[in-house]
Design a protein around this ligand. Structure first.
Ligand code: SF4
Ligand code: SF4
Length: 382
């Protein structure tokens, strides 16, 4: 009966708009993920991943529950990353075929940026101008930043998917933060500055070597036992922030307080036009939105009203938390509401942002998600 009532509710224009929206997401995701997958595996796995992304778009459009379906998609993408790149590293004795080194990632790019610039400068001065491998990643980052800005951290990042998924597991937080937590909120910015300078001084990706919890199982570990112990201790600390922190607090502890890329993106994300905006005319200052925000990105503003900070990564979690319906996606803070008709619905700020973020997230995760589906199928069939 419930299913019938739901189907009745989504019939007509709403269902048609959801179908068009899902198709708009499916087409670019399948084109790109099909091309990426075809280099190594069958396009059917890319088709499965593209259908999952399109299903997410359809569900968001039908129900309006942006964060619920985003989180499902985001967590599956992060699990696929672990499954494809990491499970075999721990378990390669039993499953050697899956052994894969995780690729150079966007988080390393932020703290190593000065080292990269310096290397390019040296190459330029010596007349040997060269392209550095991660330049490709840098160009991709610039494109993504212009398209979805800080949305990267809630729609595409594989670290974020773990932190975000785990923050939804507990019904209530065992540990609650008071207002003091905002004193620590700039910690990732300080960490970023430190890592930028340290990486430049040593000409090494210091974050990868000393903090990345994904490197615990790889050849990044130092040959010297005492140094390796410090590496293990720091990486385990970061792993605890990524896994135990969100389980205890329902907040994304790693992303909010340790990730240098989050600070990087909080700064550069201003280039992107999409925002989450609290309507000050409707806000009563109840702070339900702040309690629901997994990124600790909403604080008491002037007049006791909600103030959304630069650390917001447009996850959409607070949209449903406001009893006044006063929070929405906007373009540079300007309301851009849905109009009538199928196309009118799709040209709202919310739809435009969800389309960009979901499509980019799905295309980026095509680097591993279709292969993870293939790994799972092989594991089941053997
Ligand atoms: S302010 Fe809202 S959209 Fe931004 S991170 Fe917090 S819950 Fe997500
Ligand atoms: S939940 Fe809505 S009314 Fe309450 S503080 Fe946040 S924006 Fe204001």
């Amino acid at each position: 009966m419930k299913a019938l009532a739901w189907l009745k509710e989504i019939s007509g224009e709403k269902a048609a708009a959801a179908g068009v929206f899902a198709a708009l997401v499916f087409i670019p995701v399948f084109i790109f993920s099909g091309r990426l997958a075809a280099r190594e595996i069958s396009r059917y796995y890319a088709l499965a991943w593209s259908l999952f992304a399109a299903g997410t778009a359809f569900a968001i459009s039908c129900t309006g529950r942006v964060s619920f379906y985003r989180r499902l998609f985001f967590s599956v993408s992060a699990l696929a990353f672990l499954f494809h790149f990491k499970l075999g590293l721990v378990n390669n004795i039993f499953w050697p075929a899956s052994f894969k080194a995780a690729p150079f990632c966007h988080i390393a790019m932020a703290p190593y940026f000065l080292g990269y610039l310096y290397q390019q400068y040296l190459a330029f001065m010596s007349g040997g101008w060269k392209l550095w491998g991660p330049l490709t990643l840098g160009a991709a980052w610039l494109f993504v930043t212009l398209a979805i800005g800080r949305g990267w951290c809630s729609w595409a990042c594989f670290y974020g998917g773990i932190d975000d998924g785990l923050s939804a597991v507990a019904r209530r937080p065992l540990i609650k933060f008071g207002g003091w937590v905002f004193k620590l909120r700039d910690l990732p910015a300080a960490l970023l500055v430190f890592l930028l300078l340290a990486s430049l001084a040593y000409m090494l990706p210091v974050y990868c070597l000393w903090l990345c919890p994904f490197k615990l199982t790889e050849g990044f570990m130092d040959g010297e036992t005492s140094v390796r112990r410090v590496q293990y201790a720091l990486m385990l600390f970061a792993l605890a922030a990524l896994v135990i922190g969100p389980l205890l607090t329902k907040k994304r502890i790693f992303c909010s307080f340790l990730c240098p890329f989050a600070a990087w993106q909080a700064f550069w994300g201003r280039l992107n036009p999409f925002r989450i905006t609290a309507d000050q005319g409707k806000c009563t200052g109840c702070m339900n939105c702040a309690r629901s925000c997994p990124m600790t990105a909403i604080k008491d503003g002037p007049g006791g009203k909600a103030a959304i900070t630069a650390y917001c990564n447009l996850c959409g979690q607070c949209l449903g938390a406001c009893p006044q319906g006063g929070i929405s996606y906007t373009v540079f803070g300007a309301a851009f509401p849905e109009a009538g008709g199928i196309l009118g619905r799709l040209f709202s700020a919310g739809y435009l942002f969800v389309f960009s973020a979901l499509t980019l997230g799905a295309v980026f995760s095509s680097l591993w998600a279709p292969a993870a589906i293939r790994d799972a199928v092989k594991l089941i069939l053997r």
